[in-house]
Write a protein of this length. Sequence first.
Length: 282
Amino acid sequence: MALRGEPHVLVVGGSDSSGGAGIARDIETISSIGVRACLAVTALTVQTHEAVLEVHPIKPSLVADQMRAALQANEVAAIKMGMLATEQIIAGVVAVLRENRHIPAVLDPILASTSGRPLLEAGAIDVMSRDLMPLCRLVTPNLIELAALVGSPVAVNEGSALQQGQKLLAAGSQAVLIKGGHGAGPSSTDILLRSNQKAIRFDAPRLGGSKRGTGCMLASAIAAHLANARSLEDAVLHGKQLVFEALTKTCWQADDTNQADDTNIVATPATADLSWDSPDPR
């Protein structure tokens, strides 16, 4: 039985019937860190590991009611948001966040599935950028999502990615974690941007293979660490370490060169000298 005084992460996102992503992956990740989760489901999806077959958004008022009930029932210490599906759902989520500004919120701005199926309706990006992102402690776009959010081509080097991230900060976002997993090269580099602070790079070796739900894992891990009162930079560092270790355990089975269990993520000041080459469209 959940105890009222224990810190919880409120997960706001869509279901994934395959269990590979969405709220299933969120709960798994948050629980692995020793934090409890509570839920507000935004959409029901019919998915396999290869494709999204159907998407059924939940009534916006019901999403907001779920959030308020979870907040009333539990000691919510962080909020993690993923698939939001529609402009109306975003508006409902924004209303609840405005009532709870003291709780740090992490947004994984999911626009499409790994297989390419749109998971956010056309026109909702503007509402997300204008109304939702300024309420979030952190936004975690990958390179493709970052480009869509600022209306630019996908960044092919660190300098252009930093410029796009700065646009989100200028539009009101408190902090942006640019995920480099869709890039190329020997390192997978994420960059944390905050206004009036030096950018921080989080470097890890790039592993072969692929795994669904890594964006869900990272944002959920960061939210769980924020719920445990870690600083933002520390939460990102520990979150990326968790995802790297999960990928290592998955990938080494297919490629022995990926056995790197003792690798630690390195955080360093960001410069503009890292080329991501052509982004991987996955």
